[in-house]
Design a protein around this ligand. Structure first.
Ligand code: SF4
Ligand code: FES
Length: 248
């Protein structure tokens, strides 16, 4: 198949950006979107032009590095997949596809389609951990965890930290990401001793990093490649309010 691309090109955060048009000819419909960008980049490199900068690592939907907005949707048209798991068969032959970076104040642009998401790392550093003495692995079942809590914690832990929820939100809110990370630990016995501190510190850091407020539009859940539920935002709000009432 052949597709036309309108790709956002921007040298760095200081320079002005613009869309540039490219053609991907004779590409296989079973190629991933990133493989198609590889082909386009190969052609650009061969003709001495600057290849399109885009983020990727695992290309298996695990690492959260890929981060394109494709035809206006973070991670493209398919449900519950990351950009790297989006295939050309999801597009029509001859279609013009618009590719942009995740746009948010707290994700400053580095180059082209690459943005700096280290604000997420700093939120994790504020409380996305448990303080335990390391040592040998505890015996299995030495800390009983109710099945429902274990299942919910696993659902929250599925968040790959990609930032699509922020890119989709009109307020550039990071609530879905933070709620997933807070809930994943707060639900488990190992995370309970620091439950209050975690909710307060991670929310405070999220605000300090410049993410917007949540107005529960649900756009985050709709684009999340891991299907993280809005219910986790409600849970984090309860954890946060409880922590405030207990004296913060
Ligand atoms: S909640 Fe979903 S969209 Fe947001 S960072 Fe996690 S995996 Fe990505
Ligand atoms: S490259 Fe790892 S999730 Fe897409």
């Amino acid at each position: 198949m052949n597709v036309k691309l309108r790709v956002w090109r921007q040298k760095n955060a200081q320079s002005a950006g613009r869309f540039e048009e490219y053609e991907a000819r004779n590409v296989n419909e079973n190629m991933s979107f990133l493989e198609m960008l590889d082909v386009v980049n190969e052609d650009l490199t061969k003709t001495g032009k600057d290849p399109i900068a885009f983020d990727h690592d695992c290309r298996e939907g695990i690492c959260g590095m890929c981060s394109c907005v494709i035809n206006g949707e973070p991670h493209g048209p398919e449900d519950k997949v990351a950009t790297c798991q989006t295939y050309l068969r999801s597009f029509k032959d001859g279609e013009t596809i618009t590719v942009e970076p995740f746009r948010a104040k707290a994700f400053p642009l580095i180059k082209d389609l690459v943005v700096n998401r280290s604000s997420f790392d700093r939120i994790i550093q504020a409380g996305g951990f448990i303080s335990v003495s390391t040592g040998s692995a505890p015996d299995a079942n030495s800390i009983p965890v109710p099945k429902q809590d274990a299942d919910s914690a696993m659902d929250a832990a599925a968040c790959i930290g990609c930032g699509a929820c922020v890119a989709a939100c009109k307020n550039a809110s990071a609530m879905l990401f933070v709620a997933a990370k807070v809930s994943h630990l707060n639900l488990l016995p190992q995370g309970k001793p620091e439950k209050d501190q975690r909710a307060l510190a991670m929310v405070a850091k999220m605000d300090a990093e410049g993410f917007g407020a949540c107005t529960v539009t649900g756009s985050c859940e709709a684009v999340c490649p891991k299907g993280i539920s809005l219910n986790f935002i409600a849970k984090m709000n309860r954890d946060f309010l409880g922590a405030m009432l207990r004296g913060g």
